[in-house]
Design a protein around this ligand. Structure first.
Ligand code: ZN
Length: 140
């Protein structure tokens, strides 16, 4: 497998001696040249680096831990849509429109029922022929 050139992050990791592994710089002239340029620039700006007090670093560390701790106790992002859905379902259940109650059927007496059935049976034409029959009756 061919060796890949190192990225800038890998070169900076080597600069600070935190990159483990094989030494690509011994075999690659391009990466070695980039590394030497980074080292030269680092030596130029090294005297300009500001000393940071341990108290500042400790305060920064406490702030980072406080933010991590605050995020741990906040509401997980997964629960927000679930809670919103449940709330919406609750609102729909509480404020849903009242079901429509059908009106009571009209009560008819037995004699009216028998008259209606007799009229339907005694007429030889179906009820759908009624309009056509009325046309013929008007022309007479
Ligand atoms: Zn290389």
């Amino acid at each position: 497998m061919r060796d890949k050139h190192w990225t800038d992050d890998e070169l900076f990791a080597r600069l600070y001696d935190v990159r483990p592994g094989h030494d690509h710089l011994a075999r690659c002239a391009g990466c070695a040249q980039r590394m030497s340029a980074i080292r030269r620039r680092y030596e130029e700006i090294r005297p300009l680096q500001v000393e940071v007090s341990p108290e500042f670093l400790a305060a920064q560390r406490r702030a980072i831990h406080a933010r991590i701790h605050a995020k741990r106790h906040s509401l997980p992002r997964v629960l927000v849509p679930v809670i919103a859905t449940l709330l919406l379902a609750g609102i729909i259940i509480v404020y849903r429109p009242a079901s429509v109650v059908p009106p009571p059927k009209q009560q008819i007496s037995d004699s009216e029922l028998f008259d209606d059935v007799y009229n339907r049976i005694s007429d030889p034409l179906p009820t759908s022929a009624g309009p056509i029959r009325s046309l013929f009756q008007e022309q007479k």
